[in-house]
Design a protein around this ligand. Structure first.
Ligand code: ATP
Ligand code: MG
Length: 409
């Protein structure tokens, strides 16, 4: 029979990688909790116009990367390519703004983009991210960035933080005109994609990875030279706050991000340890997006981290509980073994009932394959064997046995 394979760009995450996945997610979740973020569990499928109107018609995501289909009811829908748009939709649709105060949300899960698969770039990938709605103060920008910084430090990852300000819409408009003029004078030397970007999405040219484009944009006008007074003040304040929080950063005036909705603060956490796809987390402020999607004017900001890329960087995992295998000497002792495993688990001890019946020798071999730290042979008594030392002890009462194991682990 021919084998069925997974779809290109999709992955099975299992074994050690699944542990790393969980470790990354748990670490972020614990930190979100400390910062008082609340979870939101969002749909994977949304009306396609949500992404057109937020991520932007001219972006790579909307132009060519979305998984789009018509459902049986004739709705044009998309598998979500990112999480912010859905968060904003929910914020508006669930009228969270009506509760007053401000809102801090986090989400986690799969995203879908029809990109060219390569190391660190998949068609289904996972993000963990957070958003703050209803705060314009730069305090929020500083806390959000330092929260991501803390999470990555907790994960023991080497990274660099780059920040920039894109200014408000007004500063950006003036800058964009200058940039277009500059790019037009080098048009023939830009890559084909960037030639199209000049009119469609000129800022994106600054983000191009093609060498010749990088060379040209090196001397392009810098956005930070065109910031309005207020945007400039915000940017200075952000840097001051980050320094106060001991968050190390470098300014990168070419940092623009690939999505349309950003204003003022943008940032990227990058690493050079996983090849070309080095951005592990990124985000920024998007003060116009809520209104743009039909909500009340609401300043907002957020970030998303790419879990697959973090998995590539995580080296140490939290220590696991030791494993105790329970092996009935003969099938006459199966029920006794089932019960003992249960008691062990009730005492918070990780236990594996030997499910593969066979000779004592083969069961011991299986216990070893399962990486058991201890094996208990069950008969009219209990023989506890420590696998590392080979040391054995005999017990006649399960309570004494469990107490002894508790003492060891
Ligand atoms: P990149 O420049 O790496 O394509 P992006 O600007 O498209 O990133 P965002 O949309 O901001 O990225 O997503 C945030 C994070 O999600 C990225 O920094 C990255 O870690 C991760 N990510 C984005 N696209 C993919 C993908 N196709 N496969 C794996 N991870 C991804
Ligand atoms: Mg991308």
């Amino acid at each position: 029979m021919s084998k069925i394979q997974k779809i290109r760009g999709f992955q099975d995450i299992y074994g050690e990688n699944a542990k790393k996945y969980r470790h990354v997610v748990d670490t972020f979740r614990e930190i979100f909790e400390l910062y008082n973020f609340k979870e939101i569990i969002l749909p994977y499928v949304e009306d396609i116009s949500l992404f057109k109107r937020s991520v932007g018609e001219a972006t790579d995501i909307v132009q060519k990367e979305m998984y789009v289909f018509v459902d049986k009811g004739g709705r044009e829908v998309a598998l979500r390519p990112e999480g912010t748009a859905s968060c904003v939709r929910a914020y508006i649709e669930e009228k969270m703004y009506a509760e007053g105060g401000y809102h801090k949300l986090f989400y986690e899960g799969a995203m879908f983009r029809y990109e060219r698969p390569q190391a660190g770039r998949y068609r289904q990938f996972h993000q963990i991210g957070a958003e703050i709605f209803g705060v314009s103060s730069v305090l929020a920008d500083a806390e959000l960035i330092s929260m991501v910084d803390k999470a990555l430090k907790t994960l023991n990852i080497n990274f660099k933080l780059e920040i920039n300000s894109l200014g408000d819409f007004q500063s950006r408009k003036i800058y964009t005109e200058k940039l277009i003029k500059y790019l037009k004078s080098y048009e023939n030397h830009l890559c084909e994609t960037c030639q199209k970007r000049i009119d469609l999405n000129p800022l994106r040219v600054l983000d191009c990875k093609v060498e010749s484009c990088k060379e040209i944009t090196k001397d392009a006008p810098k956005i930070t030279e065109f910031l309005s007074e207020q945007s400039e003040k915000r940017y200075l304040q952000l840097k001051e706050y980050l320094k106060a929080l001991n968050v190390e950063f470098v300014e990168n005036p070419r940092l623009v991000r690939g999505l349309d909705y950003y204003t003022d603060t943008v940032f990227e956490f990058t690493t050079d340890e996983i090849g070309a796809q080095g951005t592990v987390a990124a985000g920024g402020r998007y003060d116009n997006l809520v209104e743009q999607l039909g909500g009340p004017p609401t300043p907002a900001l957020g970030f998303a981290a790419g879990i697959e890329r973090l998995i590539l960087l995580v080296k140490d995992l939290p220590k696991e509980k030791p494993l105790v295998a329970v092996v009935p000497l003969t099938s006459d002792y199966n029920i006794q073994a089932l019960n003992l495993s249960n008691s062990l688990r009730n005492n918070n001890i990780k236990s594996e009932t030997m499910l593969k019946e066979g000779s004592l020798k083969s069961m011991l071999k299986t216990a070893d394959k399962l990486k058991s730290d201890y094996v208990i042979f069950v008969s009219d008594k209990y023989e506890l064997k420590e696998m590392s030392s080979g040391q054995q002890e005999i017990f006649y009462n399960p309570d004494d046995l469990i107490d002894a194991i508790k003492g060891k682990i």
